[in-house]
Design a protein around this ligand. Structure first.
Ligand SMILES: C[S@@+](CC[C@H](N)C(=O)[O-])C[C@H]1O[C@@H](n2cnc3c(N)ncnc32)[C@H](O)[C@@H]1O
Length: 199
């Protein structure tokens, strides 16, 4: 028997943001359209730009100019700027930017921009509008991922509203799931995933 032990990997189990990437990586194909509803520092935007390949397209939204600039710089330094359109706009209006049923994936990473003042934060009313846009934009079989943060002020109410919205999708033929750490000292972030059913 092999007795070698390995050091505990601090990245296991994967955090919700990493888990979203692991799952979406296999769903998004070269040439697809994908949307980043909360571009922030651009980690998800860059990930999506890599997934869609040279013939694909990513639309990235944020309400903070500084966030978009950081995201744009990240994508540009990877040489993938031709694949991405950046919009200084709320995700509440993103359905105007692509045809219904055209997207393979839509990602949300809620909360505030890490390292920035916390005044600008996602809010339930606009988040729910953004989710409705995502539902319109996704093609059948497309994936919606939302990372929720119940640990900051207002975050628990937003996370509950989003989870409730996902539950309503199950009644509409979507497959939906929730993933997150348990037995944590503070409310842990969690990932909601929805696979749109045939309309
Ligand atoms: C947790 S950060 C996103 C992190 C990002 N996905 C990344 O990979 O770096 C959340 C972002 O949502 C943005 N945001 C807040 N309200 C928004 C809205 N209504 N529409 C689009 N973005 C919004 C914030 O400005 C912030 O940059």
């Amino acid at each position: 028997m092999n007795q070698t032990s390995r050091a505990a990997d601090p990245l296991l189990p994967p955090r919700p943001t990493a888990l979203a990437h692991l799952i979406l990586r296999d769903v998004i194909l070269a040439g697809d359209l994908a949307l980043d509803a909360t571009a922030g520092n651009g980690h998800d935007t860059l990930f999506l730009a890599e997934c869609v390949g040279a013939g694909g397209r990513v639309l990235a939204f944020d309400v903070q100019a500084a966030a978009l600039a950081t995201a744009q710089a990240r994508v540009t330094s990877a040489g993938l700027q031709e694949r991405v359109g950046f919009f200084l706009e709320s995700h509440a209006g993103m359905a105007e930017h692509a045809p219904a049923g055209s997207a393979a994936a839509v990602m949300f990473n809620l909360g505030y921009l890490p390292g920035a003042p916390h005044e600008v934060v996602t809010a339930p009313a606009t988040t729910l509008k953004g989710l409705e846009c995502a539902a319109v934009l996704l093609k059948a079989g497309g994936l919606l991922s939302v990372v929720c943060y119940p640990g900051h002020p207002g975050g628990a109410a937003e996370a509950a509203a989003v989870e409730q919205w996902f539950a309503t999708r199950a009644d509409m033929g979507w497959r939906v799931a929730r993933y997150g750490a348990i037995a944590t000292r503070r409310p842990a972030p969690f990932l909601l995933l929805g696979c749109k059913g045939p309309s």
